[in-house]
Design a protein around this ligand. Structure first.
Ligand code: 5GP
Length: 194
């Protein structure tokens, strides 16, 4: 696991991040509601640098908050971006589906993606806003495997190391790059991993 902290993001979280009950970090002022495009560009340039030695055919994410960083990274790498949908569109043919348990909403939902947009043999870079227990990431690995494609890397803006998703993904053999790694949110204090 990379504990290589991306300092501009760490500073932004220190000034604007808020802790909520239950180990949730609220970053609504620049990631999850209002979006700071300058910070987004900086973060995606850092992803591009960290994954520069990896062959990527396509970037994948899950709606909604992963879409902005995935698109900016896709723009930088000049690669297409596909987002898995949380609601099954009635018009979608050849659908791949998987179940994902949501930590923030405390319920399971079905994630789907058309086979048209993940093809056998493709190298997929997965991007998302947060890594907590890794359920969303696990669901995406399943979707990509069902399509016969391969995950070549997983990038997260923020990883909450106390929830062990990173360890789980690395045990499965995945390369994980998290730009800011949080050690603890105990007592509503944001502590970054050393
Ligand atoms: P996981 O599936 O890894 O348990 O959780 C990842 C997903 O849950 C992310 O896509 C994100 O939407 C949401 N999430 C988990 N923890 C947090 C958090 O502390 N803050 C925010 N804003 N979203 C979170």
């Amino acid at each position: 696991m990379s504990t290589n902290q991306f300092l501009p993001l760490v500073e932004k979280i220190k000034t604007e991040g808020k802790c909520l009950e239950g180990g949730i970090l609220k970053v609504d002022s620049f990631i999850n509601h209002q979006i700071d495009p300058i910070m987004l560009q900086l973060m995606c340039e850092e992803f591009a640098r960290r994954f520069s030695n990896v062959h990527v055919d396509k970037i994948m994410t899950i709606e909604a908050s992963g879409i902005a960083p995935a698109v900016v990274l896709g723009y930088l790498l000049k690669k297409p971006v596909v987002f898995a949908k949380k609601k099954k569109p009635s018009t979608m043919a050849n659908m791949l589906t998987t179940e994902v348990y949501s930590f923030t909403k405390q319920k399971s939902y079905t994630v789907c993606c058309s086979k048209e947009f993940i093809k056998e043999g493709e190298d997929i870079l997965f991007i998302d806003d947060f890594l907590a227990n890794g359920n969303a990431a696990k669901g995406m690995i399943e979707l990509v495997e069902k399509a016969g494609a391969k995950i070549v890397g997983m990038g997260f803006l923020v990883e909450k190391a106390f929830q062990n998703g990173g360890q789980m993904l690395e045990k499965l053999g995945h390369r994980v790059e998290s730009l800011a790694v949080i050690e603890s949110l105990d007592n509503c204090t944001i502590t970054f991993k050393e």
